[in-house]
Design a binder for this molecule. Structure first.
Ligand code: NAD
Length: 293
């Protein structure tokens, strides 16, 4: 039983977490308070039945036994200093933020008991934001990466992990630095590449590129419709890993550029074949894992 759940940031992720927990069998959530900045969004969340009541002041976490932080990374500092003031000493604080070393840093900096903070990151989402985009089944069959530190209280890690499993997610535990490096490659770099591609094309032409493209441009750029604030904050809070990923991509582009400039057919074929083999191989391996074959 969770008597009082407080969700700070009732957007896509926080809203979906509240809905999923409420719908989950095997746990009863008695009361959900939504805390955020936008009155319109909180009101929508209440109307949609995602939360029971809302507040714009973080003092409203004072009764919560579980606090889910689901705000953009840039809000973490202020937020944790307010949680230190207002949260119950025995409350579990967890989050869904996209960059884990920074989340842990903020907990260490502002909480006197950072061991009560359980860092986690659901690998589920969409390019839509706000409470209206929340879905009860967002986390079903999705991965949740948990990145506890050496001092994170292990019984709390277990409790939060159980919650994610109750809403249908698979939990994997890893080191926060490793998480940030992986995610820089598979999530943060692709988003930057999508933003860059759209901007490059927009500068180049006044035509609507969707008029002249098959699925490729639309597929590749879907994530460029994501929240700019969220992505600014991710870029600023995972700089070291992201710079390495950008350098890797820039190196590949430079090689491709050279091959195009030189009309080097062999090199182009080699690059494209290598990438195709790697991707096809990953997909086949994943297929085998999923089907158990
Ligand atoms: P969202 O924009 O849908 O929701 C964020 C909510 O936080 C908004 O309702 C906003 O009003 C509120 N908010 C912003 N600043 C605040 C502050 N200072 N205090 C209180 N509330 C504040 O975003 P989202 O997609 O739900 O993302 C939330 C977090 O989850 C982010 O850290 C993001 O990096 C992470 N995340 C996102 C995805 C995704 O695909 N969208 C996936 C996994 C993790």
């Amino acid at each position: 039983v969770i008597k009082n759940l407080a969700v700070v940031g009732v957007g896509l992720i926080g809203g979906s977490f509240a809905m999923a927990l409420r719908a989950a069998k095997g746990i009863a959530v008695q009361h959900i308070t939504g805390i955020g900045r936008s009155e319109a969004n909180l009101l929508a969340a209440k109307r949609l039945g995602i939360i029971d009541e809302y507040a714009r002041d973080l003092a409203a976490v004072e009764d919560a036994d579980l606090i889910m932080v689901a705000v953009p990374m840039g809000a973490y500092g202020q937020l944790f200093s307010a949680l230190e003031l207002h949260a119950r000493a025995d409350a579990i604080i967890t989050d869904a933020g996209s960059t884990k070393q920074y989340a842990i840093q903020m907990a260490e900096q502002f909480l006197t008991a950072p061991g009560r903070f359980v860092p986690a990151h659901p690998i589920a989402g969409a390019e839509h934001s706000g409470a209206q985009a929340a879905r009860e089944n967002l986390f079903e069959d999705r991965l949740v990466l948990m990145t506890p530190t050496a001092y994170t209280e292990s019984d709390l890690v277990l409790q939060v992990s159980n919650l994610w499993q109750l809403v249908g997610a698979r939990v994997v535990t890893m080191d926060a630095a490793q998480h940030d490096r992986f995610l820089a490659n598979v999530s943060h770099l692709p988003h930057l590449a999508a933003f860059a591609l759209v901007n490059a094309v927009a500068k180049e032409s006044e035509e609507n590129p969707f008029d002249f493209s098959a699925g490729g441009f639309r597929d590749f750029t879907r994530i460029a419709s994501s929240s700019p604030v969220m992505w600014r904050d991710i870029a600023l809070t995972n700089r070291e890993a992201l710079l390495m990923s950008i350098d890797g991509m820039q190196g590949e582009l430079t090689n491709l550029r050279r091959a195009v400039a030189q009309g080097d057919s062999e090199k182009l074929l080699h690059h494209f074949t290598q990438a195709k083999l790697a991707r096809d191989g990953w997909l086949a391996r994943r297929e085998r894992e999923v089907t158990g074959g």
